[in-house]
Every structure is written in structure tokens, then in C-alpha cells.
Ligand binder design. Structure first.
Ligand code: FMN
Length: 203
């Protein structure tokens, strides 16, 4: 019998929105039969900035037990889902900082041929969700990754509305069932695709 697909969910979240999407993606991937590592990236903002927002401080404390992502998680994974909030139309620098440590892995070809997908949140509906996801996609191209977007491959996509990747409008409140379902669906699709690739390579 084939080994299960290994999925890393690597995310950054300041106030919990992307964290909730990451947890839903983990649920979706596990339900699809994958081995899952849910990993946050390190906080890089100075304490005096974090401390200006009590909800940021609280979220850091609440997720203290979530392991931090390491390069070994990327090596282990057959598929990686990256999550980051929008910052001025781009992925949060905390996730970029992690991605920018992957040069040696990239150079050795160890990031190629894996399945990649991304999800995000922004405060407003037109605040840069697609640009954030597409910016992450630029990196996946450089890695030689296989990009698996959700498209409109499930009825929930017609409600959540973003074929590039699960996206939540944080200004409307915490992720509700539609956004969470979209994240689960996206992860399931990533697992299914990675499983087909893994089986094909093993054959
Ligand atoms: C420095 C900064 C820049 C931001 N830029 C945008 C933006 O361009 N568009 C937008 O809609 N929201 C923007 N936001 C709001 C965040 O995207 C929003 O707080 C985030 O998606 C919530 O996710 P989290 O709870 O996982 O941190 C910005 C927030 C910060 C702190």
C-alpha cells in the first residue's frame, strides 16, 4: 500500500484569521488521508509593535504551542499549503522571511516537483487577496512547483468566490463555515493531486 501524502501547512497569522484557515486546511488534509504538519512561521515584528495591539499579543500567546516551521518540514512534505495575511497587497513579511531562508534547498532542487497552494486574508474584499496569492505563486514557479489552485472545483467555491486560493475578508469577522469549508476543500484537492503524483512516481 502507498505511503500517505505528507502535507505541511506553513502559515503566519497576527490576529488569528489565517490561523483559523490553516486549522481548517489541516482538517481537510487529514480527512483526505494525509499526514499533516501544521506549522507557524516565526514572529519577526519587534515586541513594541506587537504590543500596540492586544489581539496580536493574545494570538501569539494562544498559539505558543504550535511548532515553528523549519526547512525540514518542506523537505518532508509532498505538498505545502502556505497561508499569510495581506500586507499592502503582498504576503506578510513574516512568511516571506521564512521563504527567504529556502535558498539552499532550492539550489539543491529539493523544492521542485512538490504540490503548492496558498490561502490568505485581508481586511477588505478588494484589499489585495489575489495579488497576495499570485505573489506567493511567483515563488512556486521559481521552485519548479506544481501549483494546485481550488478553481471552481467545488460548490463552496461559488460562495467563497476565490479560485486562486481560500481568502477571507477579516473585516467581516472571523472565518465562518464558507471560508473554513473552502480551506478544507483546497487542502483536499492538494492531497488528492499529490497522492496521484506520488502513486505515479512509485509505479
Ligand atoms: C501593515 C498592514 C498592512 C495591511 N494591508 C492590508 C491591505 O493591503 N489590504 C487589506 O485589505 N488589509 C490589509 N491589512 C489587514 C490584514 O490583512 C488583516 O488584518 C489580516 O488579514 C488578518 O489576518 P490575521 O488575523 O491572520 O492576522 C493590513 C494589515 C497590516 C498590519
Amino acid at each position: 500500500m502507498m505511503e500517505p501524502v505528507n502535507v505541511a501547512i506553513v502559515y503566519y497569522s497576527a490576529t488569528g484569521t489565517v490561523h483559523a484557515l490553516a486549522q481548517a486546511a489541516a482538517e481537510g488534509a487529514e480527512k483526505a488521508g494525509a499526514h499533516v504538519r501544521l506549522r507557524k512561521v516565526a514572529e519577526t515584528a519587534p515586541a513594541e509593535v506587537v504590543n500596540t495591539r492586544p489581539e496580536w499579543v493574545a494570538h501569539l500567546q494562544d498559539t505558543a504551542d504550535v511548532p515553528e516551521a523549519g526547512l525540514d518540514d518542506l523537505v518532508w512534505a509532498d505538498a505545502v499549503l502556505f497561508g499569510a495575511p495581506t500586507r499592502f497587497g503582498n504576503p506578510a513579511g513574516q512568511l516571506r522571511a521564512f521563504i527567504d531562508t529556502t535558498g539552499p534547498l532550492w539550489f539543491q532542487g529539493k523544492l521542485a516537483d512538490k504540490v503548492y497552494s496558498a490561502f490568505t486574508a485581508s481586511n477588505t474584499a478588494h484589499g489585495g487577496q489575489e495579488s497576495t496569492l499570485l505573489a506567493l505563486g511567483n515563488t512556486f514557479y521559481h521552485w519548479g512547483g506544481i501549483i494546485v489552485p481550488p478553481g471552481y472545483t467545488d460548490p463552496v467555491q461559488f460562495r467563497s468566490g476565490n479560485p486562486y486560493g481560500t481568502s477571507h475578508v477579516a473585516g467581516d469577522g472571523s472565518p465562518g463555515e464558507v471560508s473554513l469549508q473552502a480551506a478544507r476543500h483546497q487542502a483536499r484537492r492538494v492531497v488528492d493531486t499529490a497522492a496521484l503524483l506520488k502513486a505515479g512516481r512509485a509505479a
